[in-house]
Design a protein around this ligand. Structure first.
Ligand SMILES: [Fe+2]
Length: 356
C-alpha cells in the first residue's frame, strides 16, 4: 500500500495536520519513504501514524534521526536541554538506560521496563500549569528540537483523558488580529531562567513548570503552589526583570527556513517581557506581555479549533516544534494507566535561533 496523507477527521476544518497511512514504521524506511515523510511533516506540521504496534525504542530514535534535523554529536539528553543543574532530567518521568533519547512518561509503576526498574511515573504540568509551548523554547538558547515524537505502546491504553493538544503556529499567525501579528513580528521574547536554582532568594525561585494558566492555557495569572493540583492556589510571587537574567531569548515569529512560512513560536507561560527586535529595549513589560501573547494565541487554541489527540495503543505522533505548538491536558483527567514514550533530539547548536 502506498504511503498517503489524509486530514485528521476531528480537526480537518481547523488544522493542517494529517494522518499518514500505508507505512509500518517498524520496518526499515526507504530513502523514498523518508523523503515523502519529510515533505509531509513540513507541509502538515504534524503526522499521526495509527496501529504502529511493533515499534521499538531503537526505531523511535531512528525515525527522529532520519530527516537530518538532529545533532549527531549530541550525547546528553537532559530535558530541559540547557539546564545547568543535573536535577532537571525528565519531569515525572525517566530515560531508558539503553536509549536515553527515549523518555518514558505516565502514571504507572514500572517494575522492569526497558531497564527501568521499580520506578513510579508521575504526570506533571498539563494545561493549567505551563500550557502551550514548543519544546525547548523556554529553557534552551540553541539547539532547539525541530522534531518531537510521542508513542503510545501497545498494552498501555489509557481509559480516559491524557489527551495532547496541538495547534498550528502557522495558522495562528493568520487567526490573530493583524495588528497583533505586526507587533509580534517586531518582538523578541525573553524567558525566565529555567531552572533558576541559583536564584539568591529561595522564596523567589520558580520551579520549571508552575505557571498557572487560564484562558485556554494562554494567559498566566500566577505561579501555582502545586503543579499537580490546580486547586492548591497561587504562590505570592512577583515576577521581576531579574528572573529573566540568564534566560533564553528569541523572536516571537519565526520564518521556517525551508517552507518560508511564518509561525508563532512562543511559550507564553514562561515569557517575562518582550524586547524590541531592533533596539533591544523593552517594548512590552511584564503585565502587557501576558496580555499580548494571550490575545495572539487565544483564537488558535479554543476547544473548537485545537486538535485534541486522544491516544490509542499503537499511535505514533510526530510534529515540528517550529510549526506547531502543543500542550498536555490536565493530568487530573487521566483515567486508568498511562505510559508514553517521547523523543526529541537537539538540532546542531548554532547562534541563538532568533532570526525571523
Ligand atoms: Fe512539550
Amino acid at each position: 500500500m502506498a504511503l498517503t496523507f489524509k486530514p485528521i477527521a476531528s480537526c480537518r476544518d481547523s488544522q493542517p495536520f494529517a494522518e499518514c497511512c500505508g507505512i509500518d514504521l517498524s520496518t526499515e524506511l526507504s530513502s523514498e519513504d523518508i523523503n515523502t515523510l519529510k515533505v509531509g511533516l513540513l507541509k502538515h506540521g504534524l503526522l499521526l501514524f495509527r496501529e504502529q504496534s511493533a515499534l521499538t525504542p531503537k526505531q523511535e530514535v531512528a525515525f527522529n534521526e532520519a530527516f537530518g534535523w538532529h545533532d549527531p554529536h549530541q550525547n546528553e539528553f537532559l530535558f530541559g536541554f540547557g539546564a545547568p543543574s543535573t536535577e532537571h532530567r525528565v519531569s515525572g518521568g525517566a530515560q531508558m538506560p539503553a536509549f536515553p533519547q527515549v523518555s518514558v512518561l505516565g502514571n504507572v509503576m514500572l517494575e522492569d521496563y526497558y531497564g527501568l526498574q521499580n520506578l513510579q511515573l508521575s504526570p506533571v504540568l498539563g494545561f493549567t500549569f505551563s500550557a502551550w509551548h514548543a519544546d525547548g523554547l523556554h529553557d534552551m538558547h540553541a539547539g532547539m528540537p525541530e522534531l518531537t515524537t510521542m508513542y503510545n505502546p501497545v498494552g498501555w491504553q489509557t481509559d480516559s483523558g491524557g489527551e495532547t493538544y496541538f495547534t498550528s503556529g502557522v495558522m495562528a499567525m493568520e487567526r490573530m488580529d493583524p495588528d497583533i501579528a505586526d507587533e509580534l513580528r517586531c518582538c523578541v521574547a525573553v524567558y525566565m531562567r529555567s531552572p533558576n536554582d541559583e536564584f539568591p532568594d529561595e522564596s523567589r525561585r520558580i520551579d520549571s513548570g508552575p505557571s498557572y494558566m487560564v484562558d485556554d492555557g494562554t494567559r498566566r495569572i500566577g505561579f501555582g503552589l502545586n503543579p499537580q493540583d490546580a486547586s492548591a492556589g497561587l504562590r505570592e510571587f512577583q515576577l521581576t526583570h531579574e528572573h529573566a537574567v540568564g534566560g533564553g531569548q528569541h523572536r516571537c515569529v519565526r520564518r521556517h527556513p525551508v517552507t518560508g512560512q511564518e509561525s508563532l513560536y512562543v511559550t507564553p507561560g514562561k515569557v517575562v517581557y518582550l524586547l524590541d527586535a531592533k533596539s533591544g529595549d523593552i517594548r512590552h513589560d511584564i503585565e502587557q506581555t501576558v496580555d499580548i501573547l494571550s490575545q495572539a494565541l487565544l483564537p488558535s487554541v479554543t476547544s473548537d479549533v485545537r486538535y485534541e489527540h486522544q491516544w490509542r495503543e499503537g499511535d505514533f505522533v510526530a510534529w515540528l516544534n517550529t510549526l506547531v505548538l502543543h500542550s498536555a491536558s490536565d493530568p487530573a483527567g487521566i483515567g486508568g494507566k498511562r505510559l508514553m514514550h517521547r523523543v526529541r533530539l537537539s538540532t546542531p547548536k548554532r547562534a541563538p535561533a532568533s532570526s525571523v
